[in-house]
Design a protein around this ligand. Structure first.
Ligand SMILES: CC(C)(COP(=O)(O)OP(=O)(O)OC[C@H]1O[C@@H](n2cnc3c(N)ncnc32)[C@H](O)[C@@H]1OP(=O)(O)O)[C@@H](O)C(=O)NCCC(=O)NCCS
Length: 153
């Protein structure tokens, strides 16, 4: 990546006015996307809602729910054309750093069993699978299991 573009990458708090752009990305990358309401509810609920921008354009987002001693990554997405450039890792590192600042002892997330790319990212970041939720996600043909992953901080 060229240094000028790299330096223009930033992560900031998600605003309600970001939701239209986020939902466009969401619909592009998820088969069962969150609705605009899901994002605005996350902001209203004061979840840790962040966007990754490059030259002011939103390329990705991450939402994490904090509870005493634990953090739960609820969603993480990078626009299709910006994937595999290190942005997902950057956003995840940012969420983990926030969880550490808030004194969480671990970070949890769920990932579809078929989502090998995301699972690979989580494994490389130190997450380990601790459980399976049977039929947790809707799928094209019925339901799909979720892998529950945990990172000890
Ligand atoms: C999963 C996702 C967030 C990863 O973001 P990304 O910017 O593409 O990933 P990065 O470039 O930061 O990759 C970091 C590491 O993750 C792994 N990885 C990411 N995508 C991968 C893929 N498709 N296949 C295998 N490994 C992958 C690699 O190990 C990579 O490390 P490396 O560059 O040293 O090889 C992104 O692909 C995405 O938004 N996917 C669609 C939505 C989704 O599945 N979200 C997660 C829901 S749980």
């Amino acid at each position: 990546m060229n240094t000028t573009l790299e330096s223009a990458v930033a992560i900031r708090t998600m605003q309600p006015s970001d939701i239209d752009r986020i939902v466009l990305i969401e619909r592009e990358i998820f088969l069962f996307p969150w609705s605009p309401g899901n994002f605005s509810d996350s902001i209203k609920s004061e979840y840790y809602c962040q966007v990754l921008t490059q030259a002011e354009t939103i390329l990705g987002y991450g939402i994490m729910m904090m509870s005493p001693e634990e953090a739960h990554v609820l969603t993480l997405g990078i626009a299709a054309q910006s994937q595999k450039k290190g942005f997902g890792k950057k956003m995840l590192q940012h969420l983990i750093a926030h969880a550490r600042t808030e004194k969480a002892k671990s970070v949890f997330l769920d990932v579809r069993e078929s989502n090998h790319g995301a699972a690979q990212l989580y494994l490389r970041m130190g997450f380990r699978q601790i459980a399976t939720r049977k039929g947790y996600y809707p799928a094209m043909c019925g339901r799909e299991d979720a892998l529950v992953m945990q990172l000890m901080l």
